[in-house]
Design a protein. Structure first.
Ligand SMILES: [Zn+2]
Length: 259
């Protein structure tokens, strides 16, 4: 304040400018400006009175304008802030949505991979289950299918040592397993393609009726039980389990890649 008073007294150019600017506010205002702090302070220094009268007036006007401007600015800032917040929220939501979408896509890809792997494993298991294997690893055919001494020999005889493992030829179900007078210990298996095999003269049975078997499963051992003259497997193939009509096992074995 003292510096402004000082300048006012000694710099004529500046003082004149201040006086000229002061005239308009003086006419417009008188009493109601005086109580302001700025006006009161300036009244004390007589030389600065012209400044005093102009300063509060312009201060007061710009103050209201400033307040309005500030209010407007604040509103604008608030609006801008709101927009920024909404935009940020939208971005976060969009990012979250994208994240969820990517997560879903990843999960879908993983599920497809898993399904493919499962299908492949099932196909492989099915392929393995439907393969065909020999009932005994090594055999020696001692008697063929056909009439022998006026009677039908309904299967083929495969000589093997007593105790040689006997295997299920493919995936199937054990229809019967037990002792019969002619065949001795006998196992009957219905395979997945409808073929039915009878194994006769076994020394031991390792399965029970109703049991599911897979290719190569051991069902018992070669023997010499029932109407038999020496250890061998009597292998009989039936056209169907119900009608019991025997078919020549040799073409059947050839068809199944086992001969
Ligand atoms: Zn036989």
């Amino acid at each position: 304040m003292s510096s402004r008073s000082y300048t006012g007294r000694h710099y004529a150019g500046r003082h004149r400018v201040q006086q000229r600017r002061a005239r308009l506010p003086r006419a417009l205002s008188s009493g109601f400006v005086l109580p302001t702090a700025a006006a009161g302070a300036l009244v004390v220094t007589a030389a600065g009175a012209t400044m005093a009268e102009s300063a509060p007036q312009s201060f007061d006007l710009t103050g209201r304008q400033t307040a309005m401007v500030r209010t407007q600015e604040a509103a604008d800032e608030q609006a801008a802030s709101d927009i920024a917040t909404r935009r940020q929220d939208a971005n976060i939501e969009a990012a979250a949505f994208q994240g969820r979408a990517e997560e879903k896509a990843r999960a879908a890809r993983a599920a497809r991979r898993e399904a493919r792997a499962r299908a492949a494993a099932e196909a492989e298991a099915e392929r393995l289950a439907k393969k065909w294997v020999r009932p005994v690893d090594v055999w020696n055919v001692t008697s063929g299918f056909g009439y022998r001494w006026g009677r039908l020999h309904a299967g083929i005889d495969l000589a093997a040592a007593t105790g040689t493992p006997l295997h299920a030829m493919s995936k199937g179900t054990v229809l019967s397993a037990g002792y019969t007078s002619g065949f001795g210990y006998k196992v009957e298996i219905l395979y997945w393609d409808g073929s039915t095999s009878w194994y006769g003269h076994m020394s031991r049975i390792d399965v029970v009726a109703g049991q599911e078997v897979l290719p190569g499963d051991q069902v018992g051992l070669v023997g010499n039980t029932g109407h038999s003259f020496g250890p061998h497997l009597h292998l009989q193939m039936q056209s169907a389990p119900e009608d019991g009509t025997p078919i020549d096992p040799v073409p059947w074995l050839q068809d199944h890649g086992l001969w």
